[in-house]
Ligand binder design. Sequence first.
Ligand code: G3P
Length: 216
Amino acid sequence: MKIFLDTANLEAIREYNDMGLVDGITTNPTLLSREGGDPQKAMKAITDLIDGDVSLEVIATDYNGMVEEGRKLRGYGENVVVKCPMTADGLKACKKLSSEDIPVNVTLVFSPSQAILAAKSGARYISPFIGRLDDTSQDGMTLIEDIIEILSNYEYEAEVLVASVRHPMHVVDAAKLGADVVTLPPDVLGKMLKHPLTDKGIKVFLEDWKKLKESP
Ligand code: G3P
């Protein structure tokens, strides 16, 4: 399973990229606005820093605007994936950009039927937002299960990119289902690393080693 970071925070991207854990990045307007500054510069900096796929989202909501913006975003680097929303215009733009070899991530997917249409439109990635479904008392992980099952019946290019991930168990459950990619806020990746018994174990090992060295 590929791990993407869901952030526009360069410091966090550098930290986990240096550990070799980052296969790609997803951003969106909210994540960019959280960082402040010039979003264009931030998107270019992320694209330059990361070798893997970097999803950059269009702001336009009409077909022509999305295609034009998508081509411009792709100009930032060969690793740019254009993020288009799951709308009629977004799917049309997905088809057009994909035909120009510009990969598209269809975002804001909340149902299996939307995922089918995104796959048919040539999406490279389909992004179901599981946390936001959980927030409305629907089971986000069931959506992942459904989409994986549907895609496995056909030869679509699309990969399932699990988004709106809120905690490590989302990641574990997505991995059990065989999801292609999960995109994680940096704090969730940090939590995946940690276990109190690991910290306790290291402490005890070091104390015991010290005793050994102090004994006559
Ligand atoms: O990748 C999508 C993500 O940024 C949305 O997450 O937590 O706002 O639902 P959230």
